[in-house]
Structure formats: C-alpha cells, structure tokens
Design a protein around this ligand. Structure first.
Ligand code: OAD
Length: 256
C-alpha cells in the first residue's frame, strides 16, 4: 500500500558554502535575467529548440524594423498575441524569490532582457529593462510612449499619423542608453552577479557578467543547461530558477 501522496518536493540543492559566505557578507548584488526565468510561468523562451518562440516564427520577419516596415499588421498582431498570453500567466517562484532578495540587500539591481513585466508583477521595485516592455506602445516615428490608443486598426496610429509599435528593442536596434549605463554601473560595482535563465548569446547584455567578473565580483549562473558563460562563472547552479532561487533565498541573510 503506498503512503500518503506527497506533493513533488524538489531535491535539496547543494549550494556551495563559499557562495553562502559571499552572500552573507555582501552589500551589493546585481542580477541579469533572461527568458528562462519566465519559462516556469509558461512563456516560451527564444532559443529552446522545440518550444522556443523562434522555432515557430522567423525572428527576422517579426522582431526587426525591416519586418515591421514590410508587414506592420503581422508584427503588431504577433506582439498583441504575446501580450495576451503574458496577461494570462503569473510570476513564478523564481520571480518572487528575486523580489524578496531585493529586500535583503541595501544595493540590489535587477537587469532583465525580458519584456514581459513579470518581475514588476512579482514585486521587484528596481527593474532595468534592457529590451523594453511589451506592455508599452510607442510611436514608430516620434518614439514617444503612447499611454492610450484606439483599438481597431492593426497597427493603431499615433495622433501624428504614424503607426504605433511595441516599445521593445528589435534586432539591429540600439538598447535604451540610460538602461545600459545603469546596468553596466551595477555590473562594475557589485560583489555578487547572478546571471539567470539566459543563453548569454545576445550582446551587449551578455557582456555584463564578464564586466562584473573583471571588476572582482563572484559570478553565479543559474540555468538547467550550459551556456558560453558557464566556464567563466565562479558558481554554477544547474537547475530551473523556480527551484534554485527559493532554496538560495532560504540560505541568505534575513531582511536588512
Ligand atoms: P534564450 O531563449 O536565448 O535562452 C533561455 C535560457 O534559459 C537558456 O539558456 C535555457 O537553458 C534557460 N532556461 C530554460 N528554462 C529555464 C528555467 N526554468 N530556469 C532557468 N533557466 C532556464 O533567451 P535569452 O537568453 O533571454 O532579445 O535571449 C536573449 C535575447 O535574445 C532576448 O531578450 C531576445 C532574444 O533575441 C530581443 O528580443 C532583443
């Protein structure tokens, strides 16, 4: 006869004591997240071969200024569908753990490549969005964010007459300058730099962990798979963010 059905408990993670010691003594933490931290919320990543977003769509057709100029309605509708999907999901334990971690340190900077806004919905207060936010819309000519617009036409138009577009960074576009400057400063000044759920293949974001390493920070990678960064990280915690981060949080100093 089997015993009581116990909910699946994740295996306790072997967290290196040196990492616990570094975290206990640190004041300044920086974090870079990628699509992997939203995977457990049900949002496809980009490069996962089978399920990834790019496996089903041609990114050069959808996430570039040329793609938008060629077929603005297709691009607008694709982002509208992604926006609808994101509105239906919830932040996961990884997002929530990072929001709580922020409370534990006097200087905690969260930099994300994600455009889904889940860090903010999880309660993170300082979020630097390197690639914009799918929930925001801007004029494709004036580049100013538009708070409200009339649905109907795809894409809707700005009062100036130009198409509206998602306020996200497309391939070939520059990252928001201030966001990048803040992210680089955080990487240069932190004592521990976490890189979580990113394939570390897209620059300049992928340079941040190396900037932190060069400045003397301990670099911690959290990812179920290896990435080009893995061999440069001081600590590698192989596992999903939603499992690893809550266990790491439990070993961190109590709220400041
Ligand atoms: P990718 O799809 O390139 O990489 C996702 C990473 O998350 C992979 O390394 C996975 O192994 C890992 N992963 C999957 N599930 C995970 C989990 N549960 N917990 C932790 N990690 C997990 O996504 P990004 O690295 O974010 O840019 O891609 C970077 C940029 O490339 C995106 O911001 C986007 C794309 O082009 C723009 O749109 C400008």
């Amino acid at each position: 006869m089997g015993g009581r059905h116990e909910p699946e408990r994740p295996m306790p993670l072997a967290i290196p004591p040196e990492l616990i010691a570094r975290l206990a003594g640190a004041q300044r933490i920086a974090v870079l997240t990628g699509a992997g931290i939203s995977a457990e919320s049900g949002i496809p990543t980009f490069r996962d071969a089978l399920t990834g977003l790019w496996a089903r769509y041609d990114p050069l057709q959808l996430a570039t200024p040329e793609g938008f100029a060629r077929d603005p309605a297709l691009v607008w509708d694709w982002y509208a569908e992604r926006r609808r999907r994101i509105a239906q999901v919830q932040p996961n334990l990884g997002h929530l753990a990072l929001a709580q971690m922020e409370q534990r340190y006097p200087h905690f900077t969260l930099v994300t490549q994600n455009v889904d806004g889940l860090h903010q919905r999880a309660g993170s207060r300082t979020v630097i969005e390197l690639h914009g936010n799918i929930g925001r819309v801007k004029c494709s000519r004036e580049l100013t964010v538009v708070a409200a617009y009339a649905e109907g036409e795809s894409p809707p138009r700005c009062p100036c007459g130009a198409w509206l577009r998602p306020d996200v960074v497309w391939f070939g576009e520059l990252l928001p300058e201030q966001a990048m400057e803040q992210a680089e400063a955080a990487a240069r000044n932190c004592e521990v730099f976490f890189t979580i759920g990113t394939s570390a293949e897209v620059y300049p974001a992928a340079e941040l962990p190396m900037t932190a390493r060069a400045a003397g920070a301990a670099v911690v990678e959290i990812n179920p798979d290896k990435t080009p960064l893995t061999r440069h990280a001081h600590f590698v915690l192989h596992g999903p963010a939603g499992v690893v981060l809550p266990q790491l949080l439990a070993r961190m100093p109590a709220a400041a």
